[in-house]
Every structure is written in C-alpha cells, then in structure tokens.
Write a protein that binds this ligand. Sequence first.
Ligand code: PLP
Length: 432
Amino acid sequence: MTTNQQAYDAARAIIPGGVNSPVRGFGSVGGTPAAMVKAAGPYLTDLEDNTYVDLVGSWGPMLLGHNHPAVVDAVHKAVDAGLSFGTSTPGESQLAELIADIMPVERVRFVSTGTEATMTAIRLARGATGRNLIIKFAGCYHGHSDGLLAAAGSGLATHALPDSAGVPEAITSQTLVLPYNDEEAVKQAFEAYPDQIAGIITESAPANMGVVPPKPGFNRFLREITTANDAVFIMDEVLTGFRATKTGGWGLEHADWAPDLFTFGKVIGGGLPVASVAGTAAVMDQLAPLGPVYQAGTLSGNPIAMAAGYATLTNATDDAYATIAQRSTQLQSMVADALKAEGVNHSIQSAGSLFSIAFGTADHGVTNYEDTQAQEAFRYGLFFHAMLDGGVYLAPSVFEAWFISAAHDDAAMNKIADALPAAAKAAAAATA
Ligand SMILES: Cc1ncc(COP(=O)(O)O)c(C=O)c1O
C-alpha cells in the first residue's frame, strides 16, 4: 500500500511544494498532508484508508456534503451528453437564472475560478468609470490576480505594495489597502483621491483571515459612499455566497440595497470549477461582446460544471440551510465548551454558518486583520493535529473558516465531539 508519506514525497518531487494551491500545504501546522482518495457525505478517506470528518468541504463548495446523489447523477448525465461544446448551452442560462432568482442581479457571466471573477469585476469597475484606483481591505482575499495581491502601504490611503514576488509595484500602486471595518479610512481615501477611485471590493463577510464579521452597517456604508462618489461597489461572495446564508454575506444584513457587482464561486459549481461575476445590466453589459471591457474563457460555462452547480443550488433547500445553520451553532458550542474546559482563551467569530476560532482574543474580539494577526496562532498546530489524530480534518491554518455541510449528521458530530477534549488540551499546552 502506498502511504501518505510516499504520496507526499512523490508529489513534492514533481509539483512545487507537493500542492496545487498553497493552502493545502501543512506549512503552518507541520507534518505530512494526507492524500485523499475518496469522499462521501461528511467524510474524506485517505489512501491509508483513514476516514476523517471533513470540515474543509473543498474550501467551501461541498455545501451538501460530498458526492450528493443528485449532484453526481446530474454530472453523469452531463458527461454522457458531451464534455465541452465551446458554444452556448441551455445549462448556462438555467444556472444564471437560478442565481438571479436568489440574488439581486440582472446579468451573470460565468468563468472558471474566483480569481477570474474578481479580476473581471475590477476591470468592469475601471471600464465603467474610466478610473484606475481600487480600494480593498487588509486581510480580505480575492484570488491571486496581481492588483489584489497588495499589502497596505505606509499610512492610510497610500498606494499599496506588492504582497507577492513577481507583482509589479506599478500595478499595486493602483490599489489602496485599508483597514477592515474602518469607515473613517474609506472616507479619507475618497477625499484624498477625488474622482480617481473606480470601486471598492470587499468580502461581504471576510473569511480569509479567519472570519471577521462586518460591523453592523459597514457594508451599507460602503454602498452609500460608492454611490455618492460614482464608484462601483463589488461584493466578493466567492466564499460566502450561497453558503454563509442562502443569500450569502449580503443576506446577513437583510439589505434593501444591492452592490453593482457580486462575485460568486465555490458553491455555484458544487465541486467543479465555476465562478461568476454578476450584477446590474448597466455595468455587466459593458462586457464584450456587447461592450468595450474584454473577458473570455475557453471552458467558461462548461456543461458538466453547470450541471453540478445547478443540481447543488436546486438541492440547497431551505431545510438544508437550516440544517447547516443548526450544525454550525452546535459545533461552535462544542468547540467553545472544550476550549473553556481547558481554560484556553479564545473567541469564536461567525458570519452566518461560517465561523473560526481566534486564540487569545476573548477580551477584545477581532474586527480587522491586525487583530487576527495578534492572536495566539501558535496554539493551532497542536489543536489541528490532535483533531486529525481523532479523525477530524480541519483546515491546516487558523486563518481559515470552518465549513460544515448539510450532510454532517449525528455520527459525524459525535466523532468531532470525541476528538475535541484532546485537541483543547493540546491547545492549552502549546507554547509560542
Ligand atoms: C473571497 C474569495 N474571493 C476569491 C477567491 C478566489 O477563488 P479561486 O480560488 O477559485 O480563484 C477566493 C478563494 O478562496 C475567496 O475566498
């Protein structure tokens, strides 16, 4: 039998770091990543035949659990009909209409990754306004396009710096990186750069620095200030969309307003590569071939991916969302109780059914990137490995959300409950 270690060694010999996306590596927790070979419901199985309760859910898409029969069936039927046509297909409009039934959008353009969706949204904001500057918030992740791999410059409202080697300063100088949840910083940016800001992009509820919920009214404020300044407001719902709630992070506010553009991904592909930019006809119809803003994709709207997305969203019933919300609340209590029993200082940050732990933050909570970075992250490695030893697969970084699915049943929850006491003990014993 090939072991996880052998599979990892083979992967490292041919794939940089042994992974095709850095978050899958165990860099921040240590150890050897397991090579998964099977998934069903709430479980993942590795090639040594160890089964884990999965709390990563492929980083978000597996809302209904793995291999949901209706999704698998839809995919099988689509495969039988043909893998890719390179033409329009009815499945594209069906999924687009379904999205527009649930979210306040008039047009949907499909792409294959969240990175493409946000990149396109930003190009649209610039094309629609004739301006260059984009505001993003520190700690929000919007994929890996150059202008969004930007770190705050020195001082508020100064041009951002590259946050990765290979990103030119000339590109990040078109991005302003501001502290999250800070209305004053946004106002100052609009004052400092009148008529130069094309738009604001924000995660509707940030979940890539751990979960950091928006202060009440923060998203509405962003809507108002972009409207007042003729700038485009982009809510990135790639992670939160159809997941934090049925109507994403936007739905948490029961908003009577909408952004100009949303970006979606993950759940709308049900495990296959689908993302989209969606929004008002006025902005979206700027896209080629109707308008002057270019965007394209050989496999965009792929029929198999559309079928998986459509089957996922149509099976994401109100009952399914209620189950996910209830399981999330239950899991948050289980984690909090286990950590409290060992005296581990922490807070649990949540946005809808998404949540994460921030160690050492009980007295002040977490409202922005600086707060998340100041937490006792060193506690997570031992916590993670104790959970893994107990058969629970968490994200290998404390700065990730926990993803629960509609398939997490009592048996899965019991397995998590059994693993938690040792993990909490390990977190308590960890030293910096
Ligand atoms: C909020 C958000 N936007 C964009 C992306 C990029 O999506 P992808 O990894 O599909 O390129 C992610 C990925 O995690 C995300 O969480």
